[in-house]
Ligand binder design. Sequence first.
Ligand SMILES: [Zn+2]
Length: 410
Amino acid sequence: MTITAGAVDVDAARAAATAAIDANADDLVRLSKFIHAHPEVALEEVQSSAACADFLEEHGFAVARGVAGLPTAFAAQAGDGRPRIAYLSEYDALPNLGHGCGHNLIAIAGIGAGIGLAAALPHLGGRGRVDVFGTPAEEAVGGKIIMADAGIFDGVAAALGAHPGTIEAFCPTVPGSGDALACVLMRIAFHGRSSHAAADPHSGINALNAVIEVFNGINALRQHIPADARIHGIITHGGDAPNVVPHFAQAEFFVRAATLPAMERLVEQVRRIAEGAALITGATLDLQMPEQANSDMITNYTMAARLSRHLDGVGMHLPEAKPEPATGSTDWGNVSYVVPSVETSYPILDRVCTWHSQEVVDAADSELGYANTLTVARAMALTGVDLIAEPALLEAVRQEFAAAKTARAA
Ligand SMILES: [Zn+2]
């Protein structure tokens, strides 16, 4: 899409943004319904990602498909000015459930906001570029982690997204709200030696005992870890028969903490526990960390405050944000270390409910769900207009981002 430079007219830009979303509302809902009706799990979102990429192309975006080596990721852009404002879409479903996290709505929240801001660009004096990223596999490996590592978000000035929630959903406008824990998978395997468990136990080396010692060690450590840290695991292989000394056993743990450095300290402690278990039992340790860590989430409160103001302006009055301990992790965290980020939550139900459930599958295909998603898209587009039209706002966002990163590194 070529944008011709003209005068800055913020009111005209705002009107164009919301008008474009309104004009495309039915098509956006149709796209979301298609994704909902064809649930595809992490990295298999072939139809969903193609439908999103096609839609953006039809609306004037230039789309690169299969970015970062992920066949179901895409990067779409409109305009070629600066600053670059990004919206992140997701579209993966949950195994055996479907869209129980409402990612079919996240898809059109990002695309709708992108189409809105693209329509506003001609009124912004030739400034600005809109990026809509299709980020697969949020529920599994974390597509955003791989995309961030590949440099896909480099050069983006600000990234916005929205995640559906219950009636308690809020926009994270105050420090301590909207945090997420850094998280990494530790796969701890031991190789021992088989022998008859009754006739010849002294010839065996018991790999399962090593795994059990890891659990004991972690439980002993637990008293001494930060209150917001989490270490939780399962035994994925514990032997083959009770009368055979297990020659192989394996456990998997998630280690989570408030920041990446805090998580890395815990990882080292768990590593030493595993080494100790190998020493105790004589089994050989094979410790792997097969996936990239989720970073903690650095929410940009300056940007969140502006988004929150626009949410109010378009009629979505959310409960006030309050600080609360983070419990989950998200691949947004890795984006938030590269680009100033905010991911707001918003309601698709008029009540509370258990997430990742059939109730959410139904809400993700409801009139309220679609209506509120398009409302959030309008607010995200209007925030994008401000970030392009007000250099001072973007500068404040940048300064907060730099300070937050410095603070986390300590
Ligand atoms: Zn989700």
